[in-house]
Write a protein that binds this ligand. Structure first.
Ligand SMILES: CC(=O)N[C@H]1[C@@H](OP(=O)(O)OP(=O)(O)OC[C@H]2O[C@@H](n3ccc(=O)[nH]c3=O)[C@H](O)[C@@H]2O)O[C@H](CO)[C@@H](O)[C@@H]1O
Ligand SMILES: C=C(OP(=O)(O)O)C(=O)O
Length: 417
């Protein structure tokens, strides 16, 4: 298995172009199953999760081609309604295929999804909503056998929590349902808006995506379309933390600054200057970062849980105490022990992590246990004195396109060995 070797510390400089969002690309690929013609997705990141989605689509009988960041999906030959367990376990987003397969094939058989282990990640809200929409779901030995004997029906669904995945599954299933679906307490993440934008370009009638109430008027059929995936706001936030911890000046380019707005205040609070110009964000970091009083993860437009780990890595070298409260996932502090191997001082009590900034980190062998935890180790490794060796790269490769090449181009001493 390969590892990342970082010799630190090194300043970064220049400009990094942010790739398309993983968390948008995956639901868009699932949604393309509903279309009556070819869909072309531009700005798809080159990530293992995207490869997994391509494998699922091929398994389902779609014709799929990839050329760099363009993916062409022709779902008209799809004829399969099962997803093998191995593919389901590869990533969380495999569950988003549920609504799409039942809608297009009338039934679906799949198992529980994988993805980052962040504590329990139930799918009860997905299943409750689909059942309300007329999908019959039998749970049998870890397998979900689903059918829609009378087709999918529009319904009023109030989510008890604004789950991103459940909102996506419902929007997809509702797009070609009979009647109108109203989701209240829907997730408002930019990726939901991107999904609705894509489906509307294919002829769907979705209103309110990005707000708490989404109304989907089912249509009989959808066409194909060409769509460009939104930039990855979490990758952008991660590169901003890398610049901040190394005291660098860096431009994070090709982003939608509004999507990154929930994380900008933490950079300003710790003394970085942030300049936004069109689709670029320039960060100028001070020599020593100040502490962040508190970071509380919340559904969008709150502070994103996916940025918690890299931002925590950044505060390990800040002057003072920073407090983190993880409100979305029960167990999203697996990076803490590994950051401590690099010399960080962090205490975890339940959902709270208290970071006492230290004056230096020192390189060490560490292991990524999940995607953003892995990114946190890269961020810390860039600023640590000496050699940091990061294993567990399969997690990082799910979410960051060629992270070592991107950082090396900015001046970091980092390579995959
Ligand atoms: C592929 C993708 O887009 N992944 C993102 C998506 O994950 P994902 O869609 O899995 O996250 P959700 O918004 O669904 O989960 C948020 C919370 O709701 C709970 N929950 C969710 C569904 C359910 O049926 N029952 C339930 O209890 C989860 O356990 C968690 O505590 O949103 C998360 C929250 O922003 C991000 O961290 C992930 O990067
Ligand atoms: C948790 C994440 O991904 P997933 O939901 O795919 O596991 C993430 O992108 O940080």
């Amino acid at each position: 298995m390969s590892e990342l070797l970082i010799q630190g510390p090194n300043k970064l400089q220049g400009e990094i172009h942010i790739h398309g969002a993983k968390n948008s690309t995956l639901p868009l690929m699932a949604a393309s199953l509903l279309c009556g013609g070819q869909c072309i997705l531009h700005n798809c990141p080159i990530l293992s999760d995207v490869d997994t989605s391509l494998k699922i689509l091929r398994y389902l009988g779609c014709r799929v081609e990839r050329s760099g960041s363009d993916v062409a999906i022709d779902p008209t030959s799809a004829n399969e309604y099962e997803i093998p367990d191995l593919l389901m376990r590869e990533m969380r987003s495999s569950i988003i295929f549920l609504g799409a397969i039942v809608s297009s094939m009338g039934r679906a058989e799949l198992s529980f999804p994988g993805g980052c282990e962040l504590g329990p990640r139930p799918i009860d809200l997905h299943l409750l909503a689909l059942r309300k929409m007329g999908v019959v779901i039998e749970e049998d030995h870890g397998c979900l056998k689903c059918s829609a004997p009378n087709g999918i029906q529009g319904a009023c669904i109030n989510l008890s929590f604004p789950s991103v995945g459940a909102t996506e599954n419902i929007i997809i299933a509702a797009s070609r349902a009979k009647g109108t679906t109203v989701i209240t307490n829907a997730a408002r993440e930019p990726e939901i808006w991107d999904l609705a934008d894509f489906l509307n370009s294919c002829g769907a009638k979705i209103q309110g995506a990005g707000e708490s109430t989404v109304v989907i008027e089912g249509v009989k059929s959808l066409t194909g379309c060409e769509h460009s995936v939104i930039p990855d706001r979490i990758a952008a936030a991660t590169y901003l933390t890398a610049a901040a911890i190394t005291g660098s000046t860096l431009t994070v380019a090709s982003v939608i600054p509004e999507h990154i707005a929930p994380v900008i205040p933490v950079f300003e609070e710790c003394g970085c200057q942030i300049d936004v110009l069109d689709h670029n964000i320039k960060i100028t970091a001070p020599k020593r970062l100040g502490r962040i009083k508190s970071v509380r993860t919340m559904p969008y437009p709150g502070f994103p849980t996916d940025a918690q780990a890299p931002v925590m890595a950044m505060t390990t070298l800040a002057d003072g105490t920073s407090i983190f409260v993880e409100n979305i996932f029960e167990s999203r502090y697996k990076h803490v022990g590994e950051l401590m191997r690099l010399g960080a001082t962090i205490k975890v009590e339940g959902r709270v992590a208290i970071v006492e900034g230290v004056s230096r980190l020192s390189g060490a062998p560490v292991e990524a246990a999940d995607l953003r935890g892995g990114a946190a180790l890269v961020v810390a490794g860039l600023a640590a004195q000496g050699t940091t060796l990061i294993s567990g790269l399969k997690h990082l490769d799910r979410g960051y396109e060629s992270i070592e090449k991107s950082l090396a181009l900015l001046g970091a001493d980092i390579k995959r060995i």
